[in-house]
Design a protein around this ligand. Structure first.
Ligand code: DGL
Length: 245
């Protein structure tokens, strides 16, 4: 069974793609909604929280865990030091490194940008600390959210000849429609679902197919409230259960 971890609901954008790409692999998703967002937390907290969540997934019987969270991957993957844990940075870097870095702008959390994990493969990066907060704890459909997203996107693109914007935070695909409105029509927005699915296939992971396609969803927060908000990420209703960590 493949464990899929994110600080909150963002990793559902990846889990959704994986469930189609690997229909015979069962998956257990864990979102640490109670402590989300991670993006502006200090390194030691991100390391500790990620470890607790990954350990919990292994304790439930997962044999591999994908960190479907750039922040956790950028900050905690080395700290975990476990071959069974796959980060989302490497698939993304592999995708970026086959393109001209001057054409690409990247949006991510403060922790991801500060870690420098993408610095040599993209020329332009911008951190968007408020986006995940709006998505997880506020109203992402509000005028306030729209203003903040517009301002951040303009900061990234102004005065630059970009043809691609990469969403290197798994929460950000929530704003796909809004981004399409804001960005010039010749700029393509790319998220990480397909990058990760293709990379896993190329690297023969998940290691085993268990013939099952069970998908289970767990959260460290209130499962009813999380389920209510999560459908927008997964594209269909999702029922979360409580994980006590
Ligand atoms: N979805 C996460 C990422 O890809 C983390 C967002 C957050 O918790 O700040 O970075």
């Amino acid at each position: 069974m493949l464990g899929v971890f994110d600080s909150g609901s963002g990793g559902l954008t990846v889990a959704q793609t994986l469930s189609k790409a690997f229909p015979h692999v069962s998956m257990m998703y864990l979102g640490d909604h109670a402590r989300s967002p991670y993006g502006d937390r200090p390194v030691n907290e991100i390391e500790q929280y990620t470890k607790e969540c990954v350990d919990w997934l292994f304790a439930q019987g997962c044999d591999q865990v994908l960190l479907a969270c750039n922040t956790a991957s950028a900050v905690a993957l080395d700290y975990l030091d476990d071959d069974r844990v796959i980060g989302i940075i490497e698939p993304t870097r592999d995708w970026l490194s086959t393109r001209d870095k001057e054409d690409i702008g990247l949006l991510a959390t403060t922790a991801t940008v500060t870690s420098g994990v993408y610095s040599d493969v993209v020329a332009y990066q911008h951190s968007c600390p408020a986006w995940t907060l709006f998505i997880e704890k506020g109203n992402p459909k509000s005028e306030g959210a729209k203003e903040v997203v517009t301002r951040d996107v303009n900061t990234l693109i102004e005065g630059r000849e970009l043809n691609t914007v990469v969403l290197a935070c798994t929460h950000y695909p929530y704003f796909h429609d809004l981004l399409a409105e804001i960005l010039p029509s010749d700029v393509t927005v790319v998220d990480q679902g397909d990058m990760v699915a293709n990379w896993l296939k190329d690297h023969n992971r998940p290691a085993q197919t268990d013939g099952d396609s069970a998908l289970q969803f767990f959260t460290t927060d209130d499962p009813i409230e999380v389920s209510r908000r999560a459908a927008d990420f997964f594209g269909s209703p999702v029922t979360f259960q409580k994980a006590t960590i």
